[in-house]
Write a protein that binds this ligand. Structure first.
Ligand code: PFF
Length: 442
């Protein structure tokens, strides 16, 4: 049995967890989902879902990892018995499934970064769809996907401290500073105010009851927080007893939401200033890979430089997330099969590559993977809330008590994870499944 690694510091854990949360989901998903008509209603629902249902579940995942000191595959069984085995499988399947298409999008991101620096970006819509066609098809997609997976594997193979913590420690602060600079720059664009008000802050109360907006809010919350997939179980299993998990969970959620908002404050002014309004909500990838490169290109050389900064930071954000996705199967194989970290990393990376081939070839397939696995996350979140709220509530409370978390906070979380999270997530799950299936037959 190998001894279990530990984070160097509590801050290292928080930055790694925030690194997992902040990713393409913030830079691309947030803008795209809020532009699908939801606007401010989407934003409010999203924040409500995060605060009311996701935070207790996030703490739940952390407790599950820390109290069992086990990988996501084994932790549910260790905590509550054999009947919880399927949850471990769900974690393993969801993380491999998501990483398989996530790596493909990372490849497009790297390619766009490369184009910004060395080749040039599209200046109008005709060139833009051509550009997107080029980066999302042919051999370059495989090159991008493989580079992304190999980089991800290398960081995870270097270990929890030597790989994951070492990367996220400098990447997260850098990311935040660059985003802030870009967001400030975006306020100077002529269409900035119109950009905020026509997407992010557009108020239409009827959207609060819209099925797609509700599904978008749930999906964005779970995807963006990396919740319901065992990542936080894996990361917390390397923690000491003295971390105050509720405080750290709140830190991760606030950072993640802040970055989503900042990304919106960059995307929408660019989109508005260059008349690309329709592009963004029409396709899932439109926002990031068609509208933004075109917008930046219209600013000449300086635009290309800013594009390089934006897509460079997007890639950095993506890799701090992809390593967390890979850590789920890797830590599970180390624990379950007794493999070395290196062996577990490269075997799972290869498997994920094969699983991603259909997504690399077909945009349609990729879109369906995204849609289906997002529902898996919500299902995972639901099961965690049932596990922690109904099967082992005393473990949830005891673990928090042992790290001296405030009693009021503990009482609140215990109540929420038992009485509020399960029904609300069940509601979100049902609406999401109906909306997904209706979309297929529409
Ligand atoms: N949270 C990351 C993002 O928003 O891009 C990546 C991610 C990790 C998504 C884990 C989904 C997930 F289950």
């Amino acid at each position: 049995m190998q001894t279990r690694e530990k984070w160097r510091s509590g801050l290292g854990f928080v930055l790694a967890a925030a690194g997992s949360a902040v990713g393409l989901g913030n830079l691309w998903g947030f803008a795209y989902r809020s532009s699908q008509g939801g606007g401010l209603a989407f934003l409010l629902l999203y924040i409500l879902v995060v605060l009311v249902v996701c935070l207790p579940v996030l703490v739940g995942e952390m407790v599950l990892g820390r109290s069992t000191a086990s990988s996501p595959f084994l932790a549910p069984v260790q905590a509550a018995g054999e009947s919880w085995k399927p949850l471990g499988w769900l974690f393993a399947i969801s993380s491999c499934g998501i990483l398989s298409f996530y790596a493909v999008i990372m490849g497009w991101t790297a390619d766009t970064f490369f184009h910004s620096l060395f080749i040039g970006l599209p200046v109008d819509m005709v060139e833009a769809s051509d550009f997107f066609g080029r980066i999302s098809s042919g051999n370059s997609v495989f090159v991008g996907q493989i580079i992304s997976l190999v980089l991800t594997g290398s960081v995870v193979a270097a270990g929890v401290r030597g790989g994951i913590e070492r990367l996220t420690r400098w990447a997260m602060p850098l990311l935040f500073v660059l985003l802030l600079i870009l967001a400030i720059w975006a306020t100077t664009l002529s269409g900035s105010w119109e950009g905020y008000t026509s997407f992010l802050f557009k108020w239409d109360p009827s959207q609060l009851l819209d099925k797609t907006t509700i599904r978008n809010a749930f999906t964005q919350a779970f995807f963006s927080l990396s919740l319901g997939i065992g990542i936080m179980v894996a990361y917390s299993s390397y923690l000491d007893k003295n971390n105050k998990l509720p405080k750290e969970a709140l830190g991760v959620a606030s950072f993640d939401t802040g970055v989503g908002l900042l990304a919106g404050m960059i995307t929408f002014p660019i989109v508005m200033s260059f008349g690309l309004k329709d592009v963004i909500s029409e396709s899932t990838v439109g926002a990031l890979f068609i509208a933004l490169p075109t917008g930046f290109a219209n600013l000449g050389l300086i635009g290309r430089l800013l594009a390089a900064v934006f897509f460079g930071l997007a890639f950095l954000a993506a890799i701090t997330s992809s390593i967390s996705l890979l850590e789920v199967p890797v830590s599970s194989m180390i624990d379950r099969l007794g493999w070395t970290r290196r062996k577990a990393v490269w075997i799972s990376t290869f498997f994920v590559f094969l699983l991603g081939v259909p997504s690399a070839i077909s945009l349609n397939f990729l879109g369906n993977m995204d849609a289906v696995f997002n529902v898996f996350l919500i299902l995972g979140g639901f099961l965690i809330s049932i596990l922690m709220g109904w099967f082992i509530p005393s473990k949830y409370d005891q673990d928090l008590a042992s790290s001296n978390s405030d009693q009021g906070v503990r009482r609140y979380l215990k109540f929420m994870i038992r009485w509020v999270s399960p029904p609300v997530i069940a509601f979100g799950l049902i609406v999401s499944v109906i909306d997904l299936v209706q979309g297929w037959f529409a």
